[in-house]
Ligand binder design. Structure first.
Ligand SMILES: Nc1ncnc2c1ncn2[C@@H]1O[C@H](COP(=O)(O)OP(=O)(O)OP(=O)(O)O)[C@@H](O)[C@H]1O
Ligand SMILES: [Mg+2]
Length: 307
């Protein structure tokens, strides 16, 4: 709530009036002083905050059991078992074609496994797909979106689909528009955005929803500028501390090493290494970094092969 207070306090007069309307505060006197309007809004928000209980994720938030995915005769994933608790950030790493995107698409329910079960927030993806998908926030490898919607329309559309109450939506839109520096883009059509900007919009579209989230982010750093990447890392850590969880695929191992609590290293559809950085380093005595563990597990260190 303290945090929402800051966002509301930073709102322009016009934004406050919009919020007051959404909260059904009568605006009979058009010259209400800002401080009085702000007080009334903050009091109402506080009551709303204390009235509702915060949702939390079931544990494990993501559970994959004995998952295979075959495309024709070829296994993209073989016997994958994964259990991720609320409050964990998992780094999914592996060479091209290892099965990372396939794993994330299975977690989100976009594709079904050939064998095995998937549960998200305690709901079986096959039996309760809507409940399982409700908390998922997904950034695909090749981001696409409704080309002919304007950015503002897309963000309000997402908020409405996920049942975010209007006052909350206005506060979050303000917050994430500023955080991701989207203001100049709000009236642009999605179809005209650069890759990095589209990625920011998709991220804002996730965070405008009610936390906690089960994030499945496929190469979310790729395409973002350094500031965007920094904000994303900070935000993922913040929502992790609030009880969300994230699976993040990335080739940027320095970022993975600094951000993730645990790693799953895949190679040609198999999990070839798993654990915290300390555990992986303890298992691979000659490695000093995640990169060296990765290279050892996925075909050897190039210098040793004469590169
Ligand atoms: N729809 C599909 N049809 C056929 N084969 C597929 C399909 N999707 C993925 N594959 C195959 O599954 C394997 C794993 O692919 P996946 O996209 O999961 O790899 P990745 O780890 O995400 O790789 P990258 O680092 O290049 O993104 C690859 O051999 C790929 O060609
Ligand atoms: Mg991929």
């Amino acid at each position: 709530m303290v945090h929402e207070h800051d966002v509301v306090q930073g709102m322009t007069g016009e934004e406050l009036v919009g919020l007051a309307r959404a909260l059904k505060i009568p605006l009979t006197n058009r010259t209400i002083p800002r401080s009085r309007l702000l007080d009334t809004i903050l009091k109402i928000l506080e009551t709303l905050e204390t009235a509702g209980s915060k949702p939390s994720l079931h544990s494990p938030a993501i559970k994959l059991q004995s998952v295979d995915k075959r495309f024709g005769n070829k296994f993209a994933i073989r016997n994958l078992n994964l259990s991720i608790k609320p409050g964990e950030i998992i780094g999914l790493v592996g060479p091209n074609g290892a099965g990372k995107t396939t794993t994330l698409r299975i977690i989100t329910g976009i594709i079904a496994p050939s064998r095995g079960t998937v549960a998200v927030d305690g709901f079986d993806m096959k039996k309760k797909p809507l409940q399982a998908k409700q908390r998922i926030g997904y950034i695909p490898e090749r981001p696409t979106c409704y080309q002919s919607l304007r950015v503002r329309e897309y963000l309000t559309f997402v908020a409405r689909v996920y049942g975010v109450p209007k006052p909350t939506m206005l506060i979050r839109l303000k917050e994430y528009t500023e955080l991701f520096q989207l203001k100049p883009l709000l009236s642009s059509f999605i179809g005209t955005l650069s890759r990095g900007n589209l990625q920011r919009i998709l991220l804002a579209g996730i965070f405008v929803r009610e936390p906690p989230y089960v994030l499945a982010l496929d190469e979310p750093i790729y395409g973002l500028d350094p500031r965007g990447a920094w904000i994303l890392k900070k935000l993922v850590r913040k929502i992790r501390d609030e009880g969300s969880c994230a699976v993040i695929s990335t080739h940027t191992l320095e970022i993975a090493q600094g951000l993730c609590d645990r790693f799953v290293i895949m190679n040609e559809g198999d999990v070839v290494g798993e654990g915290t950085l300390e555990e992986l380093l303890a298992q691979h005595k000659s490695a000093l970094t995640l990169e060296e563990v990765f290279l050892e597990l996925t075909g050897g260190i190039p210098e040793e092969q004469g590169v």
